[in-house]
Design a protein around this ligand. Sequence first.
Ligand code: ZN
Ligand code: ZN
Length: 277
Amino acid sequence: MGTPGQSVSFVMVGSGAVRVNPNRAGPSQIVQVGERALLFDCGRCSVHNMVEFGYPVEEINDVFVTHLHFDHVCELPYFVLLSWNNGRAGRLHVHGPAGLNHFLHHAIQAAYEQDIRSRLGHGKDPAGLDLETVEIQGDGTLVDEEGLTLSSLATPHGEMLNLNYGIDAGGKRVVVTSDTQPSPELVGFCRGADLLVCECSGTSEFLLQQPWGGWHMTPETVAKLATGAEAKSVVLKHFVVENFTDDTEIAEKMAEGVRAGYGGEVAVGHDGLRIEL
Ligand SMILES: [Zn+2]
Ligand SMILES: [Zn+2]
């Protein structure tokens, strides 16, 4: 567990999902422990948002990828290249599922080979592009330092290696879910969380109609998870359903649905939401 007294805060960088949503960037979150910002996923428009919310990309040294669906990683190349361009001083550490190195090589070094050669030619320091990557095979402890413990749990989602992250710091536990199906192991992983940041892609009626609907959480399964885990509060994210309805209140209605089966605090995540733990 982290050092009691160390400040811990959560920032929703992007609360949306796959399709363009003018009100929400794609999946991205920051957990700040003391001065250190940990970034979870890097979806559409998230680089713009993190800078706007006070987190210059070149000052973020730790990135954790939940899974390799494009909505969660499409701006990771931009994040890496921009932070290099801006003069990254600290080494960038990227954790993610097996396949991460293949993705990064093809999406950065191979795809931007001409750009990288050009910038190196005018004196850009190659060290800023020297990433340290860790490919995660499943469950385990990834960071175990004074004041910060970080662990992963793999759960089913779209037949991919799919990682949820638990952050223990300052005497608090935050869980950032990936996209995920309900899973008994996830209940244990979320046990006693002070903050559970959980995907809620759509209502059960909506998801039942989608071929991929079974990969995701509904208000009912979020409530069951949060209640079973005795989580203290829940923030919802990844509102796929918003792209398929004219109901502008759908996310708030889903939050009501979670409250029907769970007694803790439930908030609809929005870009820029900041919670001090
Ligand atoms: Zn997603
Ligand atoms: Zn996904």
